[in-house]
Design a protein. Sequence first.
Length: 548
Amino acid sequence: MLNDSTHHLNPSLLRRKSPLREIVESTVLLALAVLLFRTFAAEGYLISTGSMAPTLLGYHRRVECPACHFAFTRGAAFDKPDSTMNIAAANLDIPLDAYSATQCPNCSLSEINARKAPRNEGDQLLVQKLAYEFRDPHRWEVVVFKNQQDYDQAYVKRVAGLPGEKLQLRDGDVFVNDQLMRKPYSVQRAARIAVSDYSHQPEDRDPDWQPRWKVDADSNGWEFGEKVLSFKHSRSSSTPKMNWIQYEHWIRTGGNHVSRVTLSSWPPDLHIPSDPRFRYEKGELICVGTFSAFEKQKWLTSTDDEAFHRAIKKLYAESHVAPIVDAYGYNSYENRAHSNQHDLMLSMHISKLNGAGQFEANLTDGADWFRLVILPERREIAVLRSDNSEPIWGGRLSEDVLTNPFELDFSLFDQQIVLAINGKPLHAPIEYLPTQKRQSLRRPARIGAFGVNCEMTNLKLYRDVYYTTKGEHPDQVYKLADDEFFVLGDNSPVSLDSRVWENPAVPRSSLIGKPFVVHLPSRQKEVHWKGKVEHVRVPDFTRIRYIR
């Protein structure tokens, strides 16, 4: 008889897996889940170019102006010598070279050394790939799509034209079927570009710089702090009179604007200059660009003629108040013609607003002035056109708005008026048409008060994206088929988009998805080790944001 040596095993022991097998199976399942997620739900993309700056960033350097300490991003070189970025740099002056000129977008200090700042990677986008399976992209939405010349490459742009439309760019705006396309407030906030920030006043003693916000000669009650502007009601004033501060777009140097000052006759003891940027013609001193403090002093010491002295001093001041143009701190400011800007937004934080008088902010597009009026005691707010005493819109503020600090936005983007408090519009956009040809903006904003007390912080002026035309036909009309979209970059001067492609349209089949969040951002942190300075990548949670 044979011995029965068979053992009866516990079923639970049969089901037990080795630790190694569990790790392998878990890894495979995780990889499959990630693959399915990336294939059908969401996928990450890294931005390398600056075509959507400053909304979305490519490879860049974080620069702090040494004069005003305003922080901004500057385009940085990409590693691959034959990359699309370098081709774009050669053709369109995309700002890749750290050695090219860098200028502060806030105080216009030029020749900033951006090489000292380490290079950061571009924004990483999480893209929802099913977003356009059941609907088309909306106008002004940011989309990711395949490059039609290289399907392994993806682009990110903003949708400007929809299927079946006829699109044209005019004076920086998008027109579809001859109708101006206006951005909603949420897109305005996402794409707006800083022009001036009162919180960052230059500390250098440059003779060619003056503060941009100034008190009118016959006004009083305003106090200029380091970061706070305040107005205090004078009880001694017997009659109500608005006290104004005016914004002048002062720049230190450069520009191609023309300034003229009357001078009846040239001093007989001086030779008339032949410089095309500074000349005397038909009873006028004419200057192209800024007239420096050095030049002013040189001419003042060359003669004792008092009329000439007055004209030179006036020309110096006038020449530094320049038109607001479509300049980007992200780009090189050299070797490019700029376009005059007309669409502005005034933004501020207001606190301690009280009294029986009136607070007012005025803004112009170069054709018409618009007035924002607040009567704090009555909790009333209204918008008026400067040539009409009847409000375009009026409403009442809740009591908690005036008892707490609040953020106020006053926008004229795309020929529409938008008022918003704490990021929420107070009314539907008010569309308007300019009453005359729009002029360049040198003094586009002012703020006034009487009979009230208030404090303002974070006083900023923004501009809209100005969509420049490209190529030999600036008046070109783009016709889209029933499955095509027209896309533009927010960094319009240097963006490679529908304006420059041989086939301008993006077919529906090329759409990848909708980017909805910037995730996993990083920055370079300076580390000191054994007498050396190194830079290491660390998480930058301040750059995590939803994409509008």
